[in-house]
Design a protein around this ligand. Structure first.
Ligand SMILES: *[C@@H]1O[C@H](CO)[C@@H](O)[C@H](O)[C@H]1NC(C)=O
Ligand SMILES: *[C@@H]1O[C@H](CO)[C@@H](O)[C@H](O)[C@H]1NC(C)=O
Ligand SMILES: *[C@@H]1O[C@H](CO)[C@@H](O)[C@H](O)[C@H]1NC(C)=O
Ligand SMILES: *[C@@H]1O[C@H](CO)[C@@H](O)[C@H](O)[C@H]1NC(C)=O
Ligand SMILES: [Zn+2]
Length: 415
């Protein structure tokens, strides 16, 4: 699609946008301040017409609680939480339907409220933002009633002259890391904005092993988990050697070896393969990318019992190898994970309770008394047919019903 390898960067999603500032070589960088201002303005407008939340009781509904399928029961929404008292509730018949925890996209790049709306209408109630070059912009995505909750990384750690480093240099060259000596000041800067986790990039050429190792040590000292981008065999080796907490993407060159799988298992590392993005890249560049290597790697990880999380790398930017749409892509990823060997139950866990567990969320990813009322109702039973997650009837975000219009118009309806 593009002649220059510099464009083949899915991480760049968050950087490149229509409302943007042009750079020297024609690439564009998002105008973070103006996007943040619009997001913040939308928040205050929305809060003005917030209604009192009403009580809702969903009866006789199969419940996938994040761990397993429960017999039909009643789930009650009381304010933002799951309650037990259905007096004066509005009643919904859940017969034939299944209630699932709101999906958690463990890797995506939303920057505005359209992206959050797309996530919401497809049942995604939590999104992990995986490259945050502007904490102001990322904070502007938080605390929108009736829209998904977001967590965020800081600036991705990258080396000068690397593919990702080229993007970082456009935002702020002082964020680049040449060697270990620059890690402490970089880390101090990241921790100052209190990200939910640290994002680092393994790539060739890129950060050397010693620098990756130190980034992991210092993140852990700062109380942060480390998410590492790795989309090739060599990068996977580095991510394993550095013992990062989370490896994201899957190799598009050569499948990982069984020794690597054993080390990942032994080190309790967690993998988010973003197969939807891997597939999209491989379709755009069939001569140089090998999607089968990604599938084979994930199958090996699954067979070894390594925890797998569902993430999509959703972004809407034209200048990356592949655009992956927000929201609907989580349903594609569920199917991709089932194709790679997860059972339907395991795939649903990978999109709900497991990301909550491995990112230490105190809420989200489960349906249980007292937890936030983040869930969605689908026709049919995704434990029997994973495609049933797409038959969405209603989505609730912290107890607020999200109404999706079939013509694509979306409106938050507050109860
Ligand atoms: C979210 O918005 C509400 C309403 O304006 C406000 O009371 C609350 O403090 C905000 N919370 C955060 C974490 O910003
Ligand atoms: C680390 O990189 C910086 C910036 O390029 C350079 O000034 C410094 O000499 C390097 N230190 C070592 C030990 O290589
Ligand atoms: C959000 O960004 C997309 C491009 O990714 C654009 O089409 C959409 O209009 C933007 N939405 C808002 C509310 O600015
Ligand atoms: C989409 O449907 C909604 C609700 O039915 C309606 O208000 C809106 O005008 C429609 N939009 C378009 C573009 O048809
Ligand atoms: Zn990404």
């Amino acid at each position: 699609m593009h002649g220059n390898p510099i464009y083949y960067i899915f991480l760049s999603a968050v950087l490149l946008a229509s409302r943007s500032i042009s750079c020297h070589n024609g690439e564009e960088i998002l105008d973070y301040a103006s996007v943040a201002a619009q997001n913040n303005q939308a928040r205050s407008v929305h809060q003005g017409d917030r209604h009192t939340q009403r009580k809702v009781a969903i009866h006789n509904v199969r419940v996938f609680d994040g761990h397993k399928l429960q017999d039909p029961s009643t789930v009650i929404i009381e304010g933002a939480f799951i309650g037990r008292d259905d007096r004066d509730a509005e009643h919904i018949d859940g017969n034939g339907a299944t209630l699932l925890p709101g999906l958690i996209d463990a890797h995506c790049h939303p920057s505005n409220l359209t992206h959050l709306q797309d996530l919401a209408r497809f049942g995604v109630t939590t999104a992990f933002v995986m490259a945050c070059y502007s904490s102001e912009m990322c904070k502007s995505l938080k605390n929108h009633s009736g829209l998904p909750d977001t967590l965020r990384s800081g600036d991705p750690a990258s080396a000068p002259g690397s593919v990702h480093g080229t993007l970082t240099a456009m935002v702020d060259p002082t964020l680049l890391i040449s060697n270990q000596s620059q890690v402490p000041s970089w880390m101090t800067r990241q921790l100052a904005s209190n990200p939910d986790y640290i994002k680092i990039i393994a790539e060739t050429p890129g950060l050397d092993q010693q620098t990756l190792d130190l980034l992991v040590d210092q993140s852990h000292q700062g109380g942060k988990k480390v998410v590492c981008h790795a989309s090739a065999l060599a990068a996977y080796s580095q991510a394993i050697m550095a013992n990062v907490d989370h490896i994201h993407h899957a190799p598009l060159d050569t499948a990982i070896t069984s020794d690597m799988v054993q080390t990942i298992l032994y080190q309790h590392q967690v993998v988010t393969p973003t197969l939807t993005m891997m597939r999209a890249i491989a379709e755009n560049e069939p001569e140089t990318r090998n999607f089968q290597a990604a599938i084979d790697s994930v199958s090996m990880l699954i067979n070894a019992g390594i925890p797998i999380l569902a993430g999509t790398d959703a972004n809407t930017q034209p200048s990356v190898p592949a655009m992956v749409p927000f929201g609907i892509s989580m349903h594609d990823e569920l199917e991709n994970l089932v194709t790679s060997g997860l059972s339907n139950l395991e795939a649903l866990q990978a999109a709900t309770s497991l990301p909550a567990k491995y990112f230490g969320l105190h809420d989200g990813g489960v349906i249980a008394l007292g937890k936030r009322a983040d869930f969605f109702l689908v026709e049919g039973n995704p434990l029997e047919d994973i495609k049933a997650t797409r038959n969405i009837k209603t989505v609730w975000l912290a107890g607020i019903e999200y109404a999706a219009r079939s013509n694509g118009t979306v409106t938050g309806v507050e109860r």
